[in-house]
Design a protein around this ligand. Structure first.
Ligand code: SF4
Length: 449
């Protein structure tokens, strides 16, 4: 069939914040870059604009691709309906939820894509043109990241991320060898850590014209242990760029590499988002070997990282089987005195494909009335073991009101700012407060649904 246009859709619920959408649609930018240059391509991002009115201009010669996390999959289904009403015959759905639960998406999508799609997406485009589309494409290879889906200038110009998005995203590594029982990332990206060539990363940053970014990497910090030389060379290369700063997820063992920490600061790294997850040692089995629930170790790691001029955002999850409201409040007490730059408090969520969800299903503990849109880490979607759902919700509300009180956000933000020399304070202002502000917005969704 003649292919008129490819539309790639990102369903998002945040909308614009002070005129810009939160984070650029990086995965779709890379998939759009794989569309042959003679075929028109557009990226529609719900965080940037309302999409409902745009579907009526589509027809059967258009190929629609939708990416969706579990949280957004109901919106993705609605967009698929709107596309079908306009006459589209090929709605392709991929992303985390399709990978983890393809049978759920297959109910309403014409084509389901599992895995990373860098190899299957070009084939889907060709199959559309040859009228040989299949209902399911499995990308079972964990792609070697060398040369995978480089961003084209056409896509970079089209997205205009410097003006439309607060935070450009970037990928350096993918995959994580840990085995946290609640994690979807390792089911979507695999447990072998893969690395992009450093020259490709530097070239991409320059061509995009970005001077700050957040890494999409699942656990960038593990690169310190897995490939020390790569980490060193990467930081030396990033140091030469005129960056304002960047941030990434990691685990606390980065604190054991003072030389790399020193280099990371010179490479303009602002903050590590460290997944401490729990201060309850009884939960260590669920934490996949990356932490043991010991606050003394957490404090040592925070001190060491901050001593090198890099900030620490502490990520905590609540609702493991040994958790109680008391544990939640003790986490706040630790957070207050720990000197963290920002703090994230989320509710454990039983995402498809995880051992945690399997356990809950076996024990009949899922709250089946909670649809996918409640899977946002701010809602309780299962029956916890050592507290009732109501006790859990009340304790979570109390905790978040304490953590995200404007006074506390200001206090942590000013502390983070104080680590920078005076001349750099204007450029660090946004990042010092925006993380906590973003978490406060996530918490606020508890009352939106
Ligand atoms: S360390 Fe992070 S990315 Fe790795 S398995 Fe655990 S939660 Fe997932």
């Amino acid at each position: 069939m003649e292919l008129r246009k490819v539309i790639l859709i990102h369903p998002g619920r945040e909308g614009r914040i002070f005129g810009k959408a939160p984070a650029s649609p990086y995965t779709l930018m890379r998939l759009a870059s794989l569309v042959p240059s003679e075929i028109a391509v557009e990226i529609w991002d719900q965080d940037w604009e309302n999409l409902d009115g745009k579907f009526r201009y589509l027809n059967k010669h258009d190929l629609v691709g939708i990416t969706a996390k579990t949280l957004a999959v109901e919106t993705a289904e609605r967009y698929a309906q709107l596309a079908h009403q306009a006459g589209v015959q090929a709605v392709v759905v991929g992303g985390a939820h399709a990978t983890l639960m393809p049978e759920d998406v297959a109910r309403w999508a014409d084509v389901v894509v599992t895995g990373e799609a860098y190899y299957t997406w070009p084939k889907i485009i060709a199959d559309f043109q040859n009228d040989t589309l299949q209902p399911l494409y499995n990308d079972t290879n964990w792609a070697d990241l060398t040369g995978v889906a480089p961003l084209t200038d056409r896509v970079i110009n089209m997205v205009d991320e410097r003006h439309r998005y607060w935070t450009p995203l970037l990928e350096i590594t993918r995959g994580c060898p840990r085995s946290c029982t609640f994690c979807t990332a390792i089911r979507v990206s695999g447990q072998r850590m893969r690395f992009r060539p450093i020259d490709e990363i530097i070239e991409e940053i320059k061509r995009r014209g970005i001077d700050r970014f957040f890494l999409t990497d699942d656990n960038f910090g593990l690169a310190f242990a897995i490939d020390y030389d790569y980490s060193e060379k990467l930081f030396l290369a990033l140091e030469k760029l005129p960056l304002r700063g960047w941030t990434t997820q990691a685990e606390m063992m980065v604190a054991k590499y003072p030389d790399l920490l020193k280099l990371s600061r010179r490479a303009h790294l602002d903050k590590f988002f460290i997944g401490f997850e729990s201060i309850n040692p009884s939960n260590r089995r669920e934490l996949g070997g990356k932490s043991k629930g010991l606050t003394s170790q957490y404090q040592e790691a925070i001190n060491e990282i901050q001593a090198h001029g890099v900030g620490v955002v502490g990520l905590f999850v609540f609702g493991f089987d040994a958790d109680t409201p008391k544990v939640m409040w003790e986490t706040w007490e630790f957070g207050k005195k720990s000197g963290l730059d920002s703090m994230s408090a989320t509710i454990l969520t039983p995402y498809p494909g995880t051992p945690f969800r399997d356990q809950l299903i076996e024990e009949n503990r899922l709250i089946t009335t909670k649809s996918w849109r409640y899977y946002d880490t701010a809602h309780v979607t299962y029956y916890p073991k050592c507290m009732t759902v109501e006790e859990f919700e009340q304790a979570y509300d109390r905790l978040c009101r304490a953590i995200y009180h404007p006074f506390r956000i200001a206090q942590r933000g000013l502390r983070a700012l104080s680590r920078h020399p005076w001349r750099r304070i204007p450029s660090k202002m946004f990042g010092s407060f925006s993380t906590d502000y973003g978490y406060r917005r996530t918490f606020a969704w508890r009352y939106e649904l």
